[in-house]
Design a protein around this ligand. Structure first.
Ligand code: ACO
Length: 433
């Protein structure tokens, strides 16, 4: 296998090293290209650019493979839980029974939020989007732990275990409180005896007079949803976390930035957008046929949401797993013949036979079914992306840790191709036309 590549530019040749990752993926190393040649590479959207080396997640988009720390997603989905998987992602290895117990204790101890933080929720308008609240609250959380948010990576890393547990645990409390605040409902405190997902559902849906006890299949569906979202390589939000971390920022601030990046409809907001799309197809009395035709016109505002992926050029493996769990949650909830589900199935069937989608390798991604799962669990629509953020937290934390631990790390600072005006002189206001 070639260990170098040759680039010819203006009659000069440059020898560029070729990197090989542990799964055999190759990359041409251009780190010295600008110094040597004065030329940079251009890759809008970074589809051909490796921004880092990472040992967290491996994806082969062509083969539909996803592994966390080497473990296939299918095995983790079958045998593991979100919390065990979070530990694996953040620490590199599955926990021993002692490590697992200690992590659980840390999560239990750190579930409540400081009582003065409760007042911060009241500062938001009642209809504030929960993603805006979540991002602001995560950043505020750092203010309550200044010794864990020093912006000195060495010091912040010394307390990594505690900081990671605080964020993983409190993010669900903050998420549930933002929902309760938006509904004008009293806050429900976390319980020490409940597992992670059950505790979240308790804080969301219990009342002061009646505990909410979820069906095991519902808690399991949530567990699986979070596990399947726990990391996904250098996606938009994870790259954002790494970008912010590269400046030396602490984990709270970096994770808050990840939430903002996840908010958009092309990323974490897609699960909400899928449900909106299904509802509008239903409201128009379409069975999906008309919508598919419109989606094929290539207009950005009429895309088949939940289809296509920058990396997967085959079925997203998470979509296959979540679809199965969805049916078992529906059966346990006694939901039969859901019109939105019927439309979703019809859209999927039609798209998988259609040349437009096949030629562009557009297959269902995890979001195609995850919105329907959230809906069946009873999560309100504007909380869908928040659920994604809770799930993605271990991945952001692991990626922050890699950046913070890299002694030779440099601040992330891409270049650009300038296409603006050439040098010109300032025009005083009265001379402007
Ligand atoms: N519906 C219809 N056409 C599509 C779709 C879609 N969902 N996605 C891509 N296309 C078309 C484009 O119009 C383009 O067609 P063209 O070659 O004729 O111009 C072609 O497929 C390639 O599209 P790109 O935008 O270049 O693909 P890219 O890799 O940049 O985008 C993305 C990936 C953003 C996921 C895109 O497929 C999309 O918008 N999907 C819908 C939103 C979605 O489901 N997002 C969730 C992503 S997964 C996640 O974040 C967990």
């Amino acid at each position: 296998m070639a260990t170098t590549a040759t680039l010819r530019l203006d009659q000069k040749e440059y020898t560029l090293p070729v990197f090989v990752g542990s799964e055999g993926e190759k990359a041409v190393d251009v780190r010295h290209l600008r110094n040597d040649s004065g030329c940079i590479t251009y890759d809008e959207g970074y589809g051909n650019t490796g921004s880092c080396q990472s040992a967290v997640t491996f994806i082969d988009g062509e083969a539909g493979i996803l592994r966390y720390r080497g473990y296939p997603i299918e095995q983790l989905a079958e045998y593991s839980s979100f919390i065990e998987t979070a530990y694996l992602i953040m620490n590199g290895e599955l926990p021993t029974p002692v490590q697992r117990k200690r992590f659980s204790q840390l999560l239990t101890e750190n579930a409540p939020i400081h009582s003065s933080m409760e007042h911060l929720f009241e500062g938001f308008p009642a209809d504030a989007p929960p993603m805006a609240i979540l991002s602001a609250m995560l950043n505020s959380l750092g203010c309550y732990y200044p010794h864990l948010a020093t912006n000195d990576h060495q010091r912040d890393l010394e307390n990594f275990e505690e900081t990671a547990a605080i964020i993983i645990s409190k993010v669900r409390t903050i998420a549930a409180y933002s929902y309760r605040a938006s509904r004008g409902l009293p806050y429900i405190y976390p319980r020490r005896d409940l597992p992670y997902c059950e505790n979240f559902l308790h804080m969301m849906f219990s009342t002061p007079y009646e505990p909410y006890i979820p069906l095991p299949e519902v808690a399991q569906a949530l567990n699986l949803f979070l596990l399947l979202h726990a990391d996904h390589e250098q996606n938009c939000s994870t790259s954002t976390v790494r970008m912010v971390a590269s400046s030396g920022a602490n984990l709270f601030a970096s994770a808050a930035a990840g939430v903002c990046a996840l908010w958009g409809p092309l990323h974490g907001g897609a699960n909400m957008a899928v449900l909106e799309m299904l509802k509008s197809i239903h409201a128009e009395g379409d069975d999906g046929t008309k919508f598919i035709e419109q989606a094929k016109l290539g207009k950005a505002d009429k895309r088949l949401m939940g289809f296509g992926h920058r990396v997967y050029k085959h079925y997203d493996p998470r979509a296959t797993i979540i679809k199965t769990s969805f049916y078992s949650a529906l059966a346990s909830l006694g939901i039969k013949d859901d019109p939105l589900l019927n439309i979703a199935m019809r859209l999927e069937e039609a798209a998988l036979k259609d040349d437009y989608f096949l030629a562009r390798k557009l297959y269902p991604n995890v979001d195609f079914y995850s919105g329907l799962i959230m809906r069946a669990i009873g999560i309100p629509e504007n909380m869908f992306t928040v659920m994604f953020a809770i799930g993605r937290m271990p991945g952001w934390i692991a990626n922050w840790r890699e950046v913070a631990s890299n002694q030779k790390g440099r601040i992330y600072r891409p270049r650009q191709i300038y296409t603006g005006a050439l040098k010109r002189d300032y025009v005083p206001p009265h001379q402007r036309k």
